[in-house]
Ligand binder design. Structure first.
Ligand code: GUN
Ligand code: FE
Length: 416
């Protein structure tokens, strides 16, 4: 057991921020035993990691990113979703049939995630199960936790990146069976998006989800041309969400990336099922996809976390997602004055506790939660001010970066 001391900031709910100046967190076997402004008497002899005057915040949760696309950051940014996939993304992902290639690239990916303050991530690999295994092994070795998905693509994809339908299902089962007992990094069912899977494949994936109770990640309602294409491909379904719903892919263990253009009935079904939305502001801006109405969705009860969505997104760290989501929410307000705007506290909540909930008891400093944390040295950001803890958080969010993060903990262990 150890005790960590510093200026604690964490969310318990969407509206408020909990701040404890010179607070203490007791950590045993990865779990939080106590959070207090003094050390409870029964813990007086435990060693203390003293980060006085530094901020301690929960680690960031990235609900949606693509490991093979890190090498494409900043490329192809003059295109929209479908041509971007065909011209930039698919050719790059095809290289991950080579496991040695994947090892080199994924080592960099995991290091970059850690550097940016992400301690939990929900990640797309490629269709290649061996390369996805490499990614799981590297995350485990380097100490961050989360989910990795072997992607399913068996239709409407280039011949160099398409699977035989039976092999797609079999490889998914193999990948699941090899990793189902891993407590640190777990497998997740990952149909790329409705257009890249046959209806029968979606149905089979849904059956696997139901049988083994496995989480799901995919994309939805990202781009207007994509939505139109789904309507053409799936004429027997009422909406894009209905394609996933009818095939048993929506539950409170599903992450749905983007969801910019939800129809009322889609919003309702996501709410009913308790689906998590991955809000990916950088990707949505770069690919000219649109601006997700984050605040109205929160007000309607939807569960939202952030996704970096590299390489639609150009920023690896969730700190930057917070800032852009706040800025975009104000730009939306300019066009839709009836919509209110996100607050910094809400963005912090989405980056930590709200996104963290997908991974279990993660994303805040409360008893029995898994201890993920970042220690922030914000001295250079606050040198001319006498700021409250809430103001220091806001300053760090808007003016800080990776260099202010001096320690990272995931499930109680230091990483990086
Ligand atoms: N939709 C299907 N595949 C992708 C992808 O790789 N990135 C994004 N942003 N959207 C997608
Ligand atoms: Fe994506």
């Amino acid at each position: 057991m150890y005790i960590i001391k510093g200026d604690l900031i964490f969310s318990k709910d969407r509206d408020s921020l909990n701040c404890i100046k010179d607070g203490y967190i007791g950590v045993e076997n990865g779990y939080i035993e106590f959070v207090d402004n003094q050390i409870p008497s029964e813990y007086k002899n435990i060693s203390i990691l003293d980060y006085s005057n530094k901020l301690i915040i929960p680690g960031f949760c990235d609900l949606h990113t693509h490991a093979p696309q890190f090498e494409n950051i900043g490329l192809g940014m003059d295109k929209q979703l479908l041509p971007w996939l065909n011209n930039h993304t698919f050719p790059t992902e095809a290289r991950y049939s080579d496991v040695d290639y994947a090892y080199k690239r994924y080592e960099y990916v995991v290091e970059k995630l850690i550097q940016s303050g992400t301690t939990r991530a929900c990640i797309f690999g490629t269709i290649h199960k061996q390369s996805c295994q490499v990614l799981i092994n590297l995350m485990q070795q380097k100490g961050i936790r989360g989910y990795v998905g072997k992607v399913n693509m068996d239709i409407n994809s280039p011949e160099y990146l398409i699977e035989d339908s039976n092999a797609s299902i079999q490889d998914t089962l193999d990948f699941y069976n090899s990793n189902k007992d891993n407590e640190d990094v777990k497998p997740i069912i990952t149909p790329r998006f409705a257009p890249s899977c046959k209806e029968d494949t979606l149905a089979k994936l849904g059956e696997i989800v139901k049988e083994f109770n496995i989480p799901v990640q995919t994309h939805m309602d990202e781009n207007l041309n994509e939505i139109k294409w789904v309507e053409e491909l799936f004429p027997n379904y009422t909406t894009y969400a209905d394609v996933y719903e009818k095939n048993n892919l929506l539950s409170n263990r599903t992450v749905m990336a983007h969801c910019i253009y939800l129809k009322d009935s889609e919003l309702e079904v996501l709410n009913q099922r308790g689906v998590y939305i991955a809000h990916c502001p950088h990707s949505n801006a770069n690919l000219a996809s649109g601006i997700m109405p984050a605040k109205p969705y929160l007000e309607k009860g939807l569960k939202i976390g952030f996704g970096s969505d590299v390489s639609g997104g150009n920023e690896i760290g969730i700190l930057k997602s917070m800032v852009l989501s706040l800025q975009l929410s104000k730009i939306r307000h300019h066009f839709y004055p009836d919509e209110s705007t996100l607050s910094v506290n809400e963005a912090f909540y989405m980056a930590t506790k709200s996104g963290g909930e997908f991974f279990g008891k993660v994303g805040t400093f409360e008893n029995n939660y898994e201890f993920d944390a970042l220690v922030i040295d914000d001295n250079d950001l606050t040198i001319n001010n006498d700021l409250s803890l809430e103001q220091r958080l806001s300053r760090f969010v808007f003016a800080g970066d990776d260099r202010n993060i001096i320690k990272r903990y995931c499930f109680g262990k230091e990483v990086g």
